[in-house]
Design a protein around this ligand. Sequence first.
Ligand SMILES: [Mn+2]
Length: 424
Amino acid sequence: MIDPTILEAENAKRSAALQADYEALGAQLARRGIEIEALTTRAMGFGVAVPSWGTGTGGTRFARFPGLGEPRHIFDKLDDCGVIHRLTAATPKVSLHIPWDKADPADLKAKAAEYGLGFDAMNSNTFQDQPGQAQSYKFGSLSHTDAATRAQAVEHNLECIEIGQALGSKALTVWIGDGSNFPGQTSLSRQFDRYLQSMKAIYAGLPDDWRLFSEHKMYEPAFYSTVVQDWGTSLLTAQELGPKAQCLVDLGHHAPNVNIEMIVARLVRAGKLGGFHFNDSKYGDDDLDSGTIEPYRLFLVFNELVELENTPGLDLSHMIDQSHNVTDPIESLILSAGEIQRAFVQASLVDRAALAGYQDANDALMASATLRAAFRTDVEPILAMARLRKGGAIDPIATYRSSGYRARVSEIRPRVSGAGGGIV
Ligand SMILES: [Mn+2]
């Protein structure tokens, strides 16, 4: 997929500069009492899952403008995920979406194995009607007033678990579009009761070593009320279901200015943080690439995670969930993986002893400055060295462009019609 000679040639062009930058940063960090090799080891151990659906071009309610060589099916998507992992060496897993990615699990496993990829959380889909489906989700799925519709939605989630088990996945993420568009349209409490009842049926079908993630989102497609609208409802759900149920935080699914790092700290405290969908947003959804709007907030989220990383039982699924409308999705996912890894490494070099001292002494200025000193540190040489040592690219975007991958696949993948809106 990526010609190894091109990868080697691209790395050779940059290796002397990287070595010099790495040594300079190492010396700078050593003066601060930080061992650069320890950070590089942490960077090498960090991984974030790519969403299969993110490899295609997204869209809005208004239109979708397809790109060249878009994946036709899950096997093309896995090829694209393989390219991303080959170059970044930081995206070892793929998160699948059913039914969009439905195929023989043996074939999926074989294809993923070609690229050394595994599978992160499975994602169910009860926000769309599929061809031939008996009951419609127009007025909801797991919380629908009609028992047969709820049963169908539960059954679909159980099927996602079954497929995931064959693939080696260990979690199911449930996000529903259920809610209402008018005040009075639904009973807010009875609708939530029905949702919980359905989730309990899914939970009952969960293997012992699996987790069930509840993902909240403040609005859309239900524009007046959404059943799982915030982390409070998500936590309530996870607590009511049991120990295998946890919350998934999608950074874009909050109102602007919401203190997401604080939500993260609270959910860890409750033993209920299961994972993330990373992205960024200017307004209120998951539409933009990680680190493009509020890189400091991404850092602050990781600051909490690093501070709490030794919490017993904490086991997080790091996943990306973005909609790529005007970029090559592979390039967006490559850069996003790097931005997420960057925030992790920057948070790892916070002087925690100094920070705790300033906090205890109520020295707000120095506490804040301590965080920003870590955030200001350009850790790119660490990220590039981590990639190089794992066989990836020092500059993954430049290498991807040199490889001609997109032009090559566009010859065998026909352009998908741009008519109608799109969902990612
Ligand atoms: Mn999401």
